[in-house]
Design a protein around this ligand. Structure first.
Ligand SMILES: [Zn+2]
Length: 87
């Protein structure tokens, strides 16, 4: 899977276009909240972050793409984990 073609919202192949024809997501769109990591942030050299599924006191849950296993996953991040990622 070429992750550059992957839409970060629906995780479908959007082709070479920067705009996903399936859900309307556009490459480079910034998160609604400054606490959220932008799409295409890579964690542990394995998880490509997509859209935010939920945000609450427990942290933020992201839809993500597991680049090693080539499959869709969900990642929950607490505020503490996010600080680690940004360091
Ligand atoms: Zn899409």
């Amino acid at each position: 899977m070429n992750t550059e073609r992957l839409c970060m919202v629906c995780l479908e192949d959007k082709g070479d276009s920067t705009l996903c024809s399936l859900c309307g997501w556009e490459e480079g769109k910034v998160p609604e909240s400054p606490l959220q990591l932008p799409p295409r942030t890579i964690l542990n050299n394995q998880y490509l972050l997509g859209r935010v599924l939920g945000q609450g006191g427990f942290g933020i849950t992201y839809l993500a793409w597991d680049m090693k296993l080539d499959r869709e996953i969900c990642i929950g991040s607490t505020a503490m984990e996010l600080r680690k990622v940004r360091r």
